[in-house]
Design a protein around this ligand. Sequence first.
Ligand code: FE
Length: 185
Amino acid sequence: MAMRAGLSFHRAVLCAVFGLVSWALAAQGARVPTVSLTEGPFYKAGSPERADLAPTGTPGRLVTISGTVYDQSSRPVPGAWLDFWQADGAGSYDASGFRFRGHLFAHSSGRYRLSTVIPGEYPGRTPHIHVKLRAPGGNVLTTQIFFPGNARNDTDPVFDRSLVVTMSPDGASGRIDFVIPARRL
Ligand code: FE
């Protein structure tokens, strides 16, 4: 009985400490970094710098994805590098060239804006766009973003609810922010 009481007390102290730490982090505007997800097999380094990935006349639904890149102290990260790659509207990756591959840099406000198409499904995966992010002088964070309302979101083992883009009512634009470590650890 004494041991159980001791454990309960111990747990209560731990909870109190955890709560205080969480409160202190929140008070400083601290943010949890964006969830990292697998790179997958289709990444190619050396993409061209561009904010529009969709060639003229390409199949698929055009969409603009935008948001802000923050550090863990909720400060925007000007000049953050974002390298995107995705399947085209028919679900195919370009293995020989750089179609639907491109990188850009966040503006002075930390904002970024990408024009592309909603990627098609390919076997085993729900539609997604891959992205690598890095603050100037920081570590690379690799993740993926997803779209709401896809039936396959729930069965894709990589899918993460925190990385679903918020779409505008007309479906023409989506918004998602990222949180990345600001400095190399
Ligand atoms: Fe993929």
